[in-house]
Design a protein around this ligand. Sequence first.
Ligand code: SF4
Length: 352
Amino acid sequence: MTTFNFSDQLLIWFDQSGRKNLPWQQQPTPFHVWLSEIMLQQTQVSTVIDYYHRFTQQYNDIQSLANAPIDDVLALWTGLGYYARARNLHKTAIILVQKYNSQLPDNLYELIELPGIGRSTAGAIMTLAYHQRFPILDGNVKRVLARYYAIEGWPGKKKTENKLWQCAEELLPTHRIANYIQAQMDLGATVCTRSKPKCEICPLQENCDAFQHNVPQNYPSPKPKKIIPTRQTNWLIAQLETGEVLLEHRPNNGIWGGLWSFPETDNSKNIDDFCQNKLFINVANITTQPYIRHVFSHFKLDIHPYIIQCSIDNNHIAENKSLTWYKIDAALLIGLPAPVKLFLEQLQKMRN
Ligand code: SF4
């Protein structure tokens, strides 16, 4: 395995072509590096930028994030997906205030102990914020290294991942560590892209095994295919004559944890009874809406929405504290899963 010149070539390329104007690069404090790294997990830079600006306008340090209600944090995250990231961010901010004097530790092992921070994110914080010498292994770096060394095997497999970590470690330069780590991420995002890598302008082509054998598209090996199951659910979109809709606060665990969504039932045959007994509403009219398919990483969800014109059943007091009537304008400001937000926007248009 040759390590000759890898980092030098990458740093020369970074000086000419690397990204230096990303918003979080302008304030490379541990907080901003951490926040951006969490937002960038599974998400492209172009999507993250607006969210990052909105988030830091509201919470620009660990203390303000820790003091925020989780509902407000989730509301800012609406649409970015993978909501466990936001919940872990908030949990970690609270731990940092309580145990670390509102600072992120400058110790890899302590960082990894915190909710939502894995080895790669901890490595990014250690290098980009604290300029210490640690490797990272995000999706971009995995791809570059798998191609450069023609490493067989899906990177999600422990054996392949260990090999990639070993390569990442061996390649670390002894100088300009933050620029080097940023260069690795940038090269993967802009040159050594998933499809159609731009090998003709790549600084690594001379020693890149996949390029030399004309097979970059063979690396990294794809995830073994699994059939993704499809689940069904029914959304009960209860709406009063005055326009308010009924939303339910979802439990913190599971899909869309901690967000507000429409009440759901598995059984579409007894919607009337469900509304009466669980939602404490009198149904006036039910209209079926076209189904919506939402795709998660591990299953597909077919949602069957029912708009239910109704009135509140004053004979019963709802015991379910997680149910709340919202005006649509107000609902659009709280933490909602993307398809719920979209549906509410359509509902608002239908009423106007
Ligand atoms: S030469 Fe091509 S495959 Fe190899 S690292 Fe560069 S862009 Fe990726």
